[in-house]
Design a protein around this ligand. Structure first.
Ligand SMILES: [Mg+2]
Length: 217
């Protein structure tokens, strides 16, 4: 009887130890896999965004008549603005999430637009507001630099680097450009990664962004 009881106790103990090991592995493996997938993501040092049809679905110089009125959501964010003629523009759905993620990872943010109405685009940047680190901030403060003018995006990026780092060396840094215009793919000749925003309905999406981060070398 005693021996049988002892054997049972030993078997129970072994089962307990095995269960504990399995449980520990289950608890432990989750974060490791997660870390592994995170490690595949490589953030750039500088991320550049075109505005019209990349960040919002309109042309500032032909669709918008200021002044602009914000439509504030319950969170305090402004995702929709209304112009003087009643025309409504809602920022693309994933933009705030993308910008917040880049900012949280220490990436410098540039907006680069060739619009003929930079004053209107600036008003749009001031009126759209997103939540970041517990505060509501306008897009004009989310971007470190905003560049304007009918010139190449490479010129926009060079001028921004000069302001941020004091030099214009494009090859020294990991830089990307999100843009809906295929012609701006020319930036790749200067070592800048071009992320083509093809969908005028959704603009720069979270999936496009994640795919870029996963493929960034
Ligand atoms: Mg555009």
């Amino acid at each position: 009887m005693f021996e049988l009881g002892t054997s049972r106790r030993i078997v129970s103990l072994v089962l307990l130890v095995v269960s504990a090991i399995c449980l520990k592995k289950t608890i432990h493996f989750g974060p490791i896999l997660e870390q592994g997938s995170d490690h595949k993501m490589k953030y750039p040092e500088v991320a550049t965004f075109d505005l019209d049809y990349t960040v919002w679905p309109c042309y500032c110089d032909s669709h918008i008549s200021p002044p602009l009125k914000p439509i504030r959501g319950s969170s305090g964010e402004v995702r929709t603005v209304v112009d003087a003629s009643g025309y409504q523009v809602t920022i693309y759905p994933d933009i705030y999430r993308i910008l917040a993620d880049l900012k949280q990872n220490g990436v410098k943010l540039i907006s680069a637009s060739r619009t003929w109405a930079p004053d209107v685009a600036q008003q749009m940047l001031k009126t759209f507001k997103m939540s970041y680190n517990g505060s509501i901030i306008p897009l004009s403060e989310v971007f470190d630099i905003s560049e304007w003018g009918e010139r190449s995006k490479v010129g926009h990026i060079r001028d921004s680097l000069k302001i941020i780092y004091g030099d214009t060396n494009l090859n020294k840094r990991d830089i990307c450009l999100f843009d809906d215009e295929g012609r701006n793919k020319e930036v790749e000749r200067y070592g800048i990664k071009f992320v083509y925003v093809k969908d005028p309905e959704r603009g720069a999406t979270w999936k496009l962004y994640q795919d870029y981060l996963k493929n960034n070398k």
